[in-house]
Design a protein around this ligand. Structure first.
Ligand code: GLN
Length: 197
């Protein structure tokens, strides 16, 4: 399996390490030609407004949108979830997302860097063991449209992980905690699509 990690900005190295540990061939994607060669894509955490600017500057934004529309499995963490959301609140002026996920997310919903926190989440789709989740200036999913499904919520009911067909998004960062089940779940989507092709 040839899996891409969008490497414009953010913690793409951590994602690449997890994916390699799980046996994937990893391509760092910075150009459209690299995107064309992958069977799935991870969009890392970082800063969504910067990622958006770089994606447009490097001519990647439209190819990414086309790939998402075409059914490429894509997993976004934190800023990556923001990039995948159809609607983003509290954007920097002019900031655009790629879209695909039928959700509304709010950037920096939990406050500043100093208000980062960790918690355990029950995520039935990933098994019975709780998922340890680290939130670093993460977004919250304020509403989940009819085409998307919530996978995880905080105790107060706020949604922090969503799925829609081949798209997966988390407000938190499994790539830095040794939690591999989201990446495995994503790779199972990549595998299924590759086999079907
Ligand atoms: N606050 C960042 C943004 O708006 C996301 C933070 C993260 O990816 N850890 O893009």
């Amino acid at each position: 399996m040839n899996v891409g990690v969008l490497a414009l900005q953010g913690d793409f190295r951590e994602h690449a390490d997890v994916l390699r540990t799980l046996g994937a061939n990893v391509t760092l994607v910075r150009r459209p030609v690299e995107l064309e060669a992958v069977d799935g894509l991870v969009i890392p955490g970082g800063e969504s407004s910067v990622m958006d600017k770089l994606a447009r500057t490097f001519g990647l934004a439209e190819p990414l949108r086309a790939a998402i529309r075409g059914g490429l499995p894509v997993y976004g963490t934190c800023a990556g979830l923001i990039m995948l959301a159809d609607t983003v609140l509290d954007v920097i002026v002019g900031q655009q997302s790629l879209g695909g996920l039928d959700v509304v997310v709010r950037r920096n919903a939990f406050g500043s860097q100093t208000q980062s926190f960790e918690t355990d989440l029950d995520i039935p789709a990933l098994g019975t063991d709780p998922v340890h989740a680290v939130f670093i200036r993460g977004p919250v999913v304020e509403s989940v449209g009819p085409r998307a499904t919530a996978l995880a919520t905080l105790d107060d009911g706020r949604v922090v992980a969503v799925e829609q067909g081949n798209l997966l998004g988390t407000s938190f960062h499994p790539e830095i905690t040794g939690e591999h089940r989201f990446h495995e779940y994503f790779l199972s989507k990549v595998r299924a699509r590759t086999l079907a092709a």
